[in-house]
Design a protein around this ligand. Structure first.
Ligand code: MTE
Ligand code: MO
Length: 249
């Protein structure tokens, strides 16, 4: 998928005020990351290279009969119920933090953008897996369109559901954020994403375990550090249990 910067701006932003880096791969943060990797051992370098490899993709015949829901089956707020009743017509995905152009994208807008469909296996740490066909907007496209700053090191996903007394949240680094299979999915198995699986929008980050795949995403935030956010460990499970922040598979 190759898109010009101009078409991205046209597609994503009402007013083309973007001043950020021309391409993410030319961004300072990205280059800093590569530069710091130069000092690492060869084993670590191989590890970094491997992280950009694609997760295995399956065929239609491999699909699980149903994609089992886990964790929250839907936010309990009246606000979310109203959004669901309106078919999420008023839902906005906010994109903010270290971006040149904060965005608020409707579902209709997101569905008009170039989409990726992938059949992948979801692995939950609780010991089950399911294969589903996901369709959604590449996260890289959204970040690029927002003019993500070269200072951004993590992308935080703020969700509409509750995890104990706080909202569920998760985060990934820029390697996963820019990975071609990292999408904000609005479709599952050729249909609209069901509420129990994260409607209207959920993260698919295929090189990570299940709990990183944030459902009910209402805001994504580009940050330099995770320290100031909730418990500071980068995710709800990470804050409240011994689950690792890096859950790469
Ligand atoms: N917002 C939110 N995202 C979430 C969860 C959750 O409870 N709330 N559970 C996580 C866990 S542990 C898993 S395994 C997957 C489950 O996705 P599914 O319901 O589509 O099977 O969502 C992840 N994302
Ligand atoms: Mo999970």
């Amino acid at each position: 998928m190759i898109l010009s910067r101009r078409s991205l701006i046209g597609a994503l932003a009402a007013t083309p005020l973007l001043t950020g880096c021309d391409r993410l791969t030319e961004s300072q943060g990205f280059r800093d990351g590569l530069r710091s990797a130069e000092g690492l051992t060869m084993r670590a370098q191989r590890l970094i290279t491997d992280r950009t490899a694609l997760a295995r993709e399956f065929s239609e015949t491999d699909l699980s009969p149903t994609f089992r829901p886990n964790g929250s089956r839907g936010p309990t707020s009246a606000d979310y119920a109203a959004h669901a009743a309106a078919g999420f017509a008023n839902w906005r995905l906010k994109v903010d933090g270290l971006v040149a152009q904060p965005l608020a994208l409707s579902m209709a807008h997101l569905r008009r953008l170039p989409a990726r469909t992938q059949i992948t296996r979801h692995d939950c740490v609780e010991g089950w897996s399911a294969i589903g066909k996901w369709t959604g907007t590449p996260l890289a496209l959204i970040l690029h369109g927002a003019g993500v700053s070269s200072r951004a090191r993590f992308i935080v996903f703020h969700c509409a559901d509750e995890f104990g007394t706080v909202r569920y949240y998760e985060s990934i680094d820029m390697v996963d954020a820019l990975h071609p299979q990292t999408i904000l999915a609005w479709g599952l198995n050729g249909k609209m994403l069901p509420i129990e699986n994260g409607a209207p929008l959920r993260l698919r980050v295929e090189r990570q375990l299940g709990y990183k795949h944030a459902k009910y995403v209402e805001r994504i935030e580009a940050v330099e550090s995770l320290a100031g956010i909730e418990g500071g460990k980068g995710g709800s499970w990470e804050d409240r249990s011994d689950y690792a922040w890096y859950a790469g598979i």
